[in-house]
Unconditional design. Sequence first.
Length: 369
Amino acid sequence: MSIYRKALTRPRALGRAIASRLSRVAALATVAFVTLTVVPGLVYTLHAQSVSIQGPPGLTLTTVTPAFTVRRLGAGTTRPLTVMVQVSTSADFSTGLVIDTTLVTSDTVVQVQTTRALPGETKVYWRARAQSASLPLVDSPVAGPRTVPAWVALLDPNSVAGDVVDTRRPLFVWRSPSVSPLAGTWTYELQITTVGRPVQGATIPVDTTWRAIADLQTNTSYRWSVRASLRGVESVTANSLGTFSVRDPALPAKTLLYQNFPNPFPSPAAFATCIWFDVAPPGARITLDVTDLRGNLVRTLIPGPDGQRDFLPGRYGQGLPGTGSSCDNRFVWDGTGTDGRTVAAGVYLLRFQSGRNAPTFRRMMFVGR
């Protein structure tokens, strides 16, 4: 081969070699490009989107306005997020949706407080849902069932077989689950009935105990009910399971006034002195006054602010059951006169009169304040 031909073939061989090497580089570049495009996919898989919801613990709720914590994972930097909390009486949420709250937020952890009370004595389920403009809708696992407590439950007296109480002014006790202040506060309407006829009632804010404000008749069957409401819009009524009656206690054989106690008073344990008296059958019209030693009126205790002066047979002045006191506050003297001012320390008389009978007296020592 001539030198000229060698010169011509060398560039061709060199070109083929260069082309081969360029081809390898291109292949390597392609592999590198593929590798770089796969890595983000792997990262996305490791941080897959999910949403979770955490509600109150336990199978039975202690509130009718539960709070929830919703967490969204894998959202990256996508904002804003749309978060939904749903509570339903059906596990598939196709019916019975009682709470359906939607929030738009930049946070991946959201606290959600329900402001509408759940229906009492039902079973509910809850879930969270989340999505954004660039991420699909994701559902949390469904939690439930959870039991919602009754809005109001009567406690005492509330026996199916019936109850017997030893006082003409019974104490009524009930309870309600807690409620968020955002949903309002409980208001109760209590009613006592006999043979379907109302005899006493009251509207009670917040408190879950109430004592009858007037004497009930003995040997009579009564029922009671409480209507619980929120914001005056939604309400539920609970009725007593059975009846209750007032037992006719052992009636005193004689109408009389006992010695007041403590005496002298006040004492470290008592601000006022307690007054007990008995009324024998068939009952009597009673007057009870405080006078000085000259007989001048200091204070009238009976009739009191309620105007009662006619008393059925029974024992009066003793503390009512459930009060933790040995005194009925209707029949005490605190050392003040009719004008509300504290009287001077000294000896005073308690004058008790039944009908037209002669009055009886008890000496009281007021030590002043």
